[in-house]
Design a protein around this ligand. Structure first.
Ligand code: SF4
Length: 334
């Protein structure tokens, strides 16, 4: 609870009347659109995810970066392009997640990107596999202005950890975390807040009690137990946990697996935010990992024009009318 308060305070401190009225306009237009089954947009995104890089040091089996299975190119976000996006969107943004696919700390100027957004008064966050929390990097990360660091760690013994984080080294992760937390204390800083994120699968669910104990001992700010997205879930998978509390899927009477949550023809995310790939493509959300629905490119057009482009509006309209027509929306719990 303490962590939520500290985070909420930092989050609320950056609010301006422009950001507040924009959220209100988005919320209103979302509900009017649902009612009319026709999209109208009265604001600009309040959150953005921007991808520093598609490169990754690991080989996770449910991730296209890890599997090297992208059809889109691999590369690094250009700092000038990032600056342009922040100039165009910063006055509305309340949350910037510097992550989409890949390992963000492989970007050589990652902390500079964070610093640039932080100076514009935007709450910044990222997700990492924590293999780069080394003595060379930690001070730089702590002083960058980053507010939230989400660490993905899905096992507390090497054999369980590497079942999903293929190629990962658990000792590096745990030592990096301990180093980070002790340096943050020494520097008397509250940020970035450390969220330990554990994707619960059938292979690691038995470790949850020990994980909770360990997380408390080393002093992470928050532990999140998350459900895992499985690509081909219909015929089951050993990654689906037996405890349905941690699963997005349930078995029906015929033995087939389906999404636990009923799919409704709506998606707040299409009003509230967007995702930008390292090379500037605007895609609807983080489920579009390979960029199948590119709405435009910020390297070629201002973001504000892309946000209201007919292609984007048609996508929103399809969501309001019949979401199942869109492939990526079929396996989404939003
Ligand atoms: S996959 Fe579809 S429903 Fe889910 S967040 Fe993306 S656009 Fe919305």
């Amino acid at each position: 609870m303490k962590n939520q308060w500290i985070t909420a305070k930092a989050f609320l401190q950056q609010f301006t009347w422009k950001k507040i009225s924009n959220i209100f306009a988005l919320y209103l237009s979302f509900h009017i659109s649902r009612w009319r089954k026709k999209p109208i947009l009265l604001g600009y995104p309040t959150t953005l995810s921007i991808e520093p890089t598609t490169s990754c040091n690991l080989r996770c089996p449910e991730c296209p970066s890890g599997l090297r299975s992208f059809t889109r190119p691999t590369g690094m976000l250009d700092e000038e392009l990032f600056r342009k996006v922040i100039q165009e969107t910063g006055k509305y943004l309340t949350y910037l997640h510097l992550y989409f696919q890949g390992e963000p700390f492989l970007h050589p100027r990652f902390t500079k990107l964070v610093n640039l957004a932080d100076k514009e008064g935007i709450f910044t966050s990222t997700s990492t596999n924590a293999h780069y929390l080394t003595s060379k990097n930690v001070d730089d990360i702590i002083s960058s202005g980053l507010k939230q660091l989400i660490v993905s760690m899905d096992g507390i013994t090497q054999d369980v950890y590497e079942h999903y984080r293929v190629g990962g080294n658990l000792t590096k992760v745990t030592e990096g975390l301990q180093l980070f937390l002790s340096r943050r204390n020494e520097l008397n800083s509250k940020f970035p807040r450390i969220i330990l994120q554990f994707l619960v699968t059938g292979k690691n669910e038995h470790q949850i009690p020990d994980l909770k104990k360990w997380a408390k001992e080393i002093g992470v700010d928050e532990l999140q137990l998350k459900t895992t997205q499985i690509y081909n879930f219909e015929n089951g998978s050993d990654l689906i946990p037996s405890d349905t509390k941690y699963s997005r899927y349930v078995q029906d009477r015929s033995g087939k697996w389906k999404l636990k949550k009923n799919i409704e023809n709506k998606c707040w995310r299409m009003w509230q935010g967007a995702v930008i790939t390292w090379d500037g493509k605007v895609v609807p959300c983080c489920f579009d990992k390979d960029g199948s629905h590119v709405m435009g490119n910020v390297a070629e057009k201002p973001f504000e024009l892309i946000w209201k482009t007919p292609k984007y509006q048609t996508f929103r309209k399809t969501l309001l009318e019949d979401r199942k027509q869109i492939e990526i929306c079929k396996n989404c719990t939003e």
